[in-house]
Unconditional design. Structure first.
Length: 122
């Protein structure tokens, strides 16, 4: 904490310079800009990941809204996934499982095991 006297002199020693150098205000010839920080919320979009669930092993890909060019029907709620809406694509993780690819609302995918009896998994 810095304490200033009434006339503006230091009451205590000035704060030390941080190990990474002085703090830059973005002014002057040595201006340095950093990219904005992004929260990490899992793997990057568009990268496949393997998820193990009681109903099997699944390959899952998260799609951004820009990746959805046409409407799809979610097998979890039987509603349309509008173009531009972020969602996931999943398929069984076995040879030939790509033919069973389905587009899901993210919430429907997470809750699919709670749908009860009589509903297929896709």
């Amino acid at each position: 904490m810095i304490y200033l006297s009434v006339v503006g002199d230091w009451c205590h020693e000035p704060p030390p310079i941080p190990p990474h150098g002085p703090v830059r205000t973005g002014q002057g010839p040595r201006q340095r800009s950093l990219p904005p920080a992004r929260p990490i919320d899992g793997p990057p979009r568009g990268i496949d990941r393997i998820e193990e669930w009681p109903d099997g092993e699944w390959r899952v890909r998260t799609l951004s809204g820009a990746g959805a060019a046409r409407p799809y029907r979610c097998p979890g709620c039987d509603q349309v996934i509008r173009p531009g809406l972020p969602h996931i694509v999943s398929w069984p993780n076995w040879a030939g499982g790509e033919q069973e690819r389905r587009h899901w609302h993210t919430a429907c995918w997470r809750k699919r095991l709670d749908r009860g009896h009589g509903r297929t998994r896709y």
